[in-house]
Design a protein around this ligand. Structure first.
Ligand SMILES: [Zn+2]
Length: 329
């Protein structure tokens, strides 16, 4: 692979990658081959507001760096980011964050070149540099968890669009008469195919007195019914749980059909919490793609579970640094 060949011919750089989420701040020190040297994980405590959170990010970076000679810092943040300016414009998971110039603050605080982008863009870069997408120039990363997000590599470059907001695939309309989405629109992909949608449908069926063991995987409390509880029940052979996951996979597939037809990608990687369901989710999705997508792009595409798992964010942040730095050379 291109990157490791380059890395062999010169000394390795060390880079700090930060994943800023609504509940956790995760930081790593890694070399430019994606080998992780040190880790730090701490609570975001987002309710304390930007200043306190930024202080914890700085502490976390100092902790993993611990005196090493660092080339720079990459940050992926859960929110709408303007990569060109390094500003976090807003975030549903980080209360009080409005137009926070996070890149400049970190750069000044630590005196190191710093780059920022949203978590989904960063994750696709992680898979492109260090994961299953290595060297694949037309690559889409889809994260399916409480919502659905995505990142697009087109012709070997991260596609950001004119305002840097490209890749909001979770909010393509799938059902114009569907459920109301948190974004305000109706029938977005994530209202039908996310973990939240799966749990909501499970609750609806339990309340309609369907035969199922799902509740026993949620401490018997209907408020605790989650995608994970449905998955655990399905693994034990619960019929309804299996049907519900198939239905979610079906809707995942409907969105994938659109992506396949629009982008003609070589590889689509499915990450996020629901990707742990593996074939249970993927098989019904692949069936829909086979049935509905145009034949030419459907034949060309591979659709697989992403490889970096929980490290997609931090390794992606390292990849973001490498990509942005290489543009400046
Ligand atoms: Zn939406």
């Amino acid at each position: 692979m291109l990157y490791s060949m380059n890395a062999m011919s010169r000394p390795k750089q060390l880079i700090v990658g930060v994943d800023l989420g609504g509940t956790k701040i995760s930081a790593i020190l890694a070399d430019d081959g994606g080998n992780i040297v040190a880790r730090d994980l701490r609570d975001t405590q987002a309710q304390q507001g930007p200043e306190a959170v930024i202080r914890r990010i700085v502490e976390s970076i100092k902790q993993v760096a611990s005196g090493a000679d660092i080339a720079g810092i990459g940050i992926g943040a859960a929110g709408t980011c303007e990569a060109s300016t390094g500003i976090v414009a807003s975030s549903p998971n980080l209360p009080g964050w409005r137009n926070v110039p996070l890149k400049d603050i970190i750069q000044q605080e630590l005196g190191l070149p710093t780059y920022l982008d949203n978590d989904a863009n960063v994750a696709v870069l992680g898979e492109y540099y260090f994961g299953a997408g290595g060297g694949i120039d037309n690559l889409i990363y889809v994260t399916v968890s409480t919502g659905i997000g995505g990142g697009l590599i087109i012709d070997g470059k991260l596609y950001r669009g004119i305002s840097g907001s490209a890749g909001e695939i979770g909010h393509m309309t799938i059902d114009v008469n569907g459920p109301r989405c948190d974004c305000g629109n109706i029938g977005c992909w994530e209202t039908l195919a996310s973990g939240t949608a799966l749990a909501r449908e499970a609750v609806r069926r339990i309340e309609a007195e369907a035969q199922t063991s799902i509740l026993s995987f949620a401490q018997g409390d209907i408020k605790e019914v989650s995608a994970k509880a449905v998955f655990l029940a399905a693994q034990e052979g619960d019929r309804l749980a299996n049907d519900l996951i198939s239905r979610t996979g079906y809707y995942v597939g409907v969105g994938l059909v659109n992506l396949v037809n629009i982008f003609n990608p070589e590889l689509i990687l499915i990450g996020g919490g629901l990707s742990q369901m593996g074939e249970m989710l993927l098989d019904p999705a692949l069936r829909v793609v086979e049935e509905r997508a145009f034949e030419l792009p459907a034949r060309a595409v591979r659709i697989e579970i992403a490889r970096l798992g929980a490290d997609a964010g931090v390794l992606g942040a390292v990849a973001l640094f490498l990509q942005e730095k290489s543009k400046e050379r």
